[in-house]
Design a protein around this ligand. Structure first.
Ligand code: FES
Length: 112
């Protein structure tokens, strides 16, 4: 696979997100309002933190997409605006569920 032109190795059965993290890439998009970095968080398809463009398809969840030879990852600008996150995904404006979003604003999120 490639991530923004860089080769990314993947093991059989790995998700796109797991392969990126194994390659040392821990964030690949930013939130709309504050430009905060986002990558894997829940790892099970719930939080939408891991949205990424895969082979030109925007807003795929990296934790759910199986890695495969030849995939192009992160070709589009991965910001909240570019991904079109928000109401269309049933998530807050930065792609996270509302409970997590409010916890983050209160400083209670598990990661900054
Ligand atoms: S890491 Fe939460 S949906 Fe992918």
């Amino acid at each position: 696979m490639t991530f923004r032109g860089t080769d990314i190795p993947a093991e059989p059965g790995q998700s796109v997100g797991a392969a990126l993290v194994a390659a040392g890439i821990v964030d690949w998009r930013t939130t709309r309002k504050e430009g905060r970095p986002r990558g894997l968080f829940c790892g099970i398809g719930v939080c939408f933190d891991c949205l990424i463009t895969v082979d030109g398809t925007r807003a795929e969840r990296a934790c759910l997409i199986p890695a495969a030879d030849g995939m192009r990852l992160g070709d589009a600008l991965e910001t909240g605006d570019a991904l079109g996150t928000g109401d269309a995904l049933g998530a807050s404006d930065d792609g996270r569920d509302r409970a997590t979003h409010h916890a983050e604003e209160d400083g209670d999120a598990a990661h900054p």
